[in-house]
Design a binder for this molecule. Structure first.
Ligand SMILES: [Zn+2]
Length: 407
């Protein structure tokens, strides 16, 4: 028998960027939104379970497009942490962090890098209902070069043939998305964030194989040269996109115009630096260039503002799992978007409808409309007046199931 729930709320923000609707109600049938009503119905069948939040705002369940569930935010040195744990321990950590995301109002996360198949195990445990937590789309291990960035938890390839085989093999194991490390990165010793790891030709080969199998491609890229390769190859999402140089972040106007024109989704991952913005510890910024989180934070915010003005599609992704970046810090990424000039409604859209489009799940998630899965959050107030209410969800629903957040 289908179970019906009626939620009545002070206002509803549908995730599209449209203004809030006052005194709205939605009817949920099983795991789906059955109807969005302009006001609560006058009389109701008594079998309908009702929940009233007269001061609350209803939003689509939030989405984090870039996480590492099986990396410990309590570990200062990620490679050392990974080497010291077995796969079962990483899976346990992943389950715990998926639950913490749900408590933060995040109903879907995309995991963009985990050792072996551990993120797939976490995803499958959640999908089967063996544990409770945010729904997971998983890349499995990221594809990198030999000793390249993230090699301690990735698949290393030495040439085009190995790259093609790695893409095919990951698809065969059931990954939802292919993640490639397009340039060097911060936490890997000996890695140069300015140096492309894969040519545009190599990325194109991966994109063609992944798209043929119906999978999207997410590419980690810091420098302009790395971003250009992503654009030439037609990747789906570019992760970080800092336009890093040895002097700091230097947004490239021409490439930003191309990002907007090609409508590529960019996930700027401000949080690793924004959360640590009081720190001068270069190991946590860009150790290769002696850039502290304090300097990186200011510069990535300015870069985000420039991309926003140019009309680039920008999506929330925290890079959770890096130092101090617990699921509860999801809110900090939202706050970073606000600092960079996004309105409250634009920021919410970046964490809901735009994120769902970036992940290819917009027919199911990211907006409040009849037929969508009932992934929802109620926050205790009006986020357009007091943005911080987004850090304190009053109620979370995942596929119509009520989850009282516990923090
Ligand atoms: Zn990452």
């Amino acid at each position: 028998m289908t179970r019906y729930k009626l939620l009545t709320v002070g206002q509803l923000i549908d995730g599209t960027g449209a203004p809030p609707q006052k005194n709205a109600a939605i009817l949920i049938a099983g795991d789906r939104i059955q109807a969005v009503l302009p006001h609560p119905p006058a009389d109701l069948d008594e079998s309908v379970e009702t929940h009233a939040f007269p001061n609350g705002t209803l939003l689509p369940g939030l989405i984090d497009a870039h996480v590492h569930l099986t990396v410990d935010p309590g570990a200062y040195n990620t490679p050392e942490f990974i080497w010291a744990r077995n796969d079962d321990q990483l899976v346990d950590l992943g389950r715990r962090q998926a639950l913490q995301f749900l408590n933060a109002g995040v109903t879907t996360v995309r995991d963009l890098g985990a050792r072996h198949g551990v993120s797939l195990r976490v995803r499958d445990d959640l999908a089967a209902g063996r544990v409770t937590g945010a729904r997971v789309l998983a890349a499995g291990p990221a594809i990198t070069t030999v000793q390249g960035h993230g090699h301690f938890m990735g698949v290393e390839v030495a040439n085009h043939a190995e790259l093609a085989a790695a893409v095919d093999q990951l698809i065969a194991t059931g990954v939802d998305v292919i993640k490639l490390i397009g340039t060097g990165g911060g936490v890997t010793a000996g890695s140069d964030p300015l140096q492309p790891q894969f040519s545009a030709e190599a990325l194109t080969l991966a994109v063609e194989r992944a798209h043929r199998a119906g999978r999207r491609v997410a590419v980690h890229a810091h420098s302009a040269a790395g971003v250009r390769n992503c654009l030439d190859a037609g990747v789906d999402t570019i992760e970080h996109c800092t336009f890093a140089t040895s002097q700091g972040v230097a947004p490239d106007e021409h490439l930003i115009a191309r990002l907007a024109e090609q409508a590529v989704y960019v996930i700027p991952t401000l949080a690793p630096w924004y959360v640590l913005r009081d720190s001068d510890d270069a190991f946590l910024g860009f150790p290769q260039f002696g850039l502290s989180p304090r300097r990186m934070s200011d510069q990535v915010l300015a870069n985000l503002d420039q991309m926003r003005r140019a009309g680039v599609k920008l999506t929330i992704g925290t890079d959770a799992g890096t130092w101090k970046l617990t699921p509860a810090r999801f809110y900090d990424e939202l706050e970073g978007f606000r600092q960079a000039g996004f309105s409250a409604l634009e920021t919410i859209a970046a964490a809901t409808s735009v994120a769902a489009q970036a992940l290819g799940i917009e027919s199911e998630a990211g907006t409040i409309a009849a037929g969508q899965r009932a992934d929802l959050v109620i926050v205790p107030g009006d986020p357009t007046q007091d943005f911080s209410v987004l850090a304190r969800p009053a109620l979370v629903l995942q596929a119509g199931q009520i989850h009282p957040p516990d923090y």
